[in-house]
Design a protein around this ligand. Structure first.
Ligand code: GDP
Length: 453
């Protein structure tokens, strides 16, 4: 996700930053490249146009061009506009990083209505949300499938409900959507359920019958949240679908699925501008815990290649010991990051689902991964790297400069690898610490350090 866009923008900005002075024409040339990059990432044309206009207006001003670091300033302007485009700007309803949480504190049962096309990931997302509401919000959730069109849709939700440990409304053969919605509400009241999730029917295309059904269900269920589920892989289509739904039903937010895939990112970037509604969550896999809160600021940083250190540390904190994460974050914030840290981090990565999941989140990680893949190494790489670092002494890990040719040979022999593999690990470490220093310089670690005390 965002890889191609991120690479292209990275090249453009490297060139901008590389120059001491900027002329207006340099900025305009760079903006032409940014515009092409956005369109190639499938961003809707009016959205891209608007974006470029806003950035250009701010970036060609005297105060930027005459500043000491004009390139850096332009990148900052692009970053801020990207955040705004993703829904996180200064006046947005979200918190500091732009995430707009679910509204769950209305009088129970709070109703969340899920809408979207067939195959968008609606049923899976319903179960993911149910699980999240139970686990993270500590509320009692119940799910009901209103999909009477697709064979076995109701059974599918029941199966997912068991996995998510969230109750589902018992199925009554032949009952129609509006009646199922009514029954779900009654049952929720009787059983003191806090949040009811209604998984509505999908269709292959947006049509009148579908919209009429959505409206009828909404008028009976009076949902607090109406979440549109769209597949980010469908690019421009996702945007069109969102437009149609938002014209007909009062959406409160969007869930973008398959953000783990190789979508070009246009759907994510256009969604907010087209619907006027925030992307609340991103689906990042098939498993029921593969749902992430959508943070515009962090996503913008990821696109601009700054790495999503905050998300990474949060993820780490969930799957590993909190003290370790805190220690690591502190060391990272201080610009100390040795092979002991790298090793710890790689071990955590294995717990978190391997390289694929993390690539791009960690500064420098993407490049390191590309380098590894180019040399024919894959996910096994984590195991190799762990063995290599395991063959070093703690002193060597704390001070990699100790590793002269002789020691490298010993480490390679000890881990059953080659000296060049040892060098790769050292290079990766260098890349990562360089990226972290850069982030530190830019003040990006402030939030992280504050978060972890
Ligand atoms: P529905 O027809 O909209 O209810 O779609 P489903 O929930 O049945 O999902 C269709 C397929 O997409 C299933 O195989 C899901 O496992 C898969 N899926 C859903 N969300 C995601 C996601 O975020 N990432 C990935 N990789 N697969 C997903």
């Amino acid at each position: 996700m965002f890889d191609a866009l991120s690479d292209r923008l990275g090249n453009t900005f490297d060139r901008l930053r590389g120059r001491g002075a900027l002329r207006e024409q340099d900025v305009r040339d760079a903006m032409r490249e940014v515009r092409i990059a956005l369109l190639e990432a499938d961003v809707a044309l009016p959205v891209a146009r608007d974006f470029i206009a806003k950035v250009t207006e701010k970036a060609v001003g005297e105060s930027v061009l005459k500043s000491v670091t004009p390139g850096q300033q332009v990148v900052k302007i692009v970053n801020d506009e990207l955040v705004a485009m993703l829904g996180g700007g200064a006046n947005a309803e979200g918190g500091e990083d732009g995430h707009v949480p679910l509204t769950l504190d209305a009088k129970p049962p709070v109703v969340i209505m899920m809408v979207g096309l067939q195959g968008s990931g609606k049923t899976t997302s319903t179960a993911k949300l149910g699980k999240l509401i139970r686990e993270k919000h500590g509320k009692k959730a119940m799910m009901a499938s209103l999909d009477v069109n697709r064979p076995a849709a109701q059974e599918q939700l029941a199966v997912l409900g068991e996995q998510a440990q969230v109750d589902t409304l018992p199925i009554i053969e032949g009952q129609q959507p509006v009646d199922i919605a009514r029954r779900a509400l009654e049952s929720a009241k009787l059983r003191n359920v806090d949040v009811v999730l209604l998984d509505t029917a999908g269709r292959l295309h947006v049509d009148e019958a579908l919209m009429a059904e959505m409206k009828a269900v909404a008028s009976v269920a009076t949902p607090t949240e109406v979440l549109l589920v769209v597949d980010s892989l469908t690019g421009q289509d996702a945007v069109n679908v969102a437009q149609s739904f938002s014209d007909e039903v009062p959406l409160t937010g969007v869930i973008l699925t398959r953000m783990d895939g190789d979508a070009r990112g246009g759907a994510a970037l256009s969604m907010r501008a087209v619907t006027g509604k925030p992307i609340k969550f991103a689906g990042v896999g098939e498993k029921l815990d593969a749902l992430e809160a959508f943070h515009p600021r962090r996503v913008a940083e990821r696109i601009l290649g700054m790495g999503d250190v905050v998300s990474l540390v949060e993820k780490a904190a969930e799957s590993i010991k909190v003290e370790e994460a805190e220690l690591l974050a502190k060391r990272m914030a201080k610009g100390q990051f040795d092979l002991n840290d790298l090793r710890m981090q790689l071990q955590q990565m294995q717990n978190m689902g391997g390289l694929g999941m993390l690539a791009g989140m960690m500064p420098g990680m993407k490049k390191a991964k590309q380098a590894m893949q180019a040399s024919g190494m894959d996910d096994k790489v984590l195991v190799h790297m762990d063995a290599i670092m395991g063959s070093m002494t703690p002193k060597e890990r704390a001070n990699p400069a100790l590793l002269n040719a002789k020691r490298k040979k010993r480490v390679a022999a000890g881990s059953g690898t080659q000296v060049q593999d040892v060098n790769k690990v050292l290079k990766m470490h260098q890349e990562m610490s360089r990226a972290m220093k850069q982030i530190k310089k830019m003040g990006g670690m402030k939030g992280l350090a504050a978060m972890l005390g």
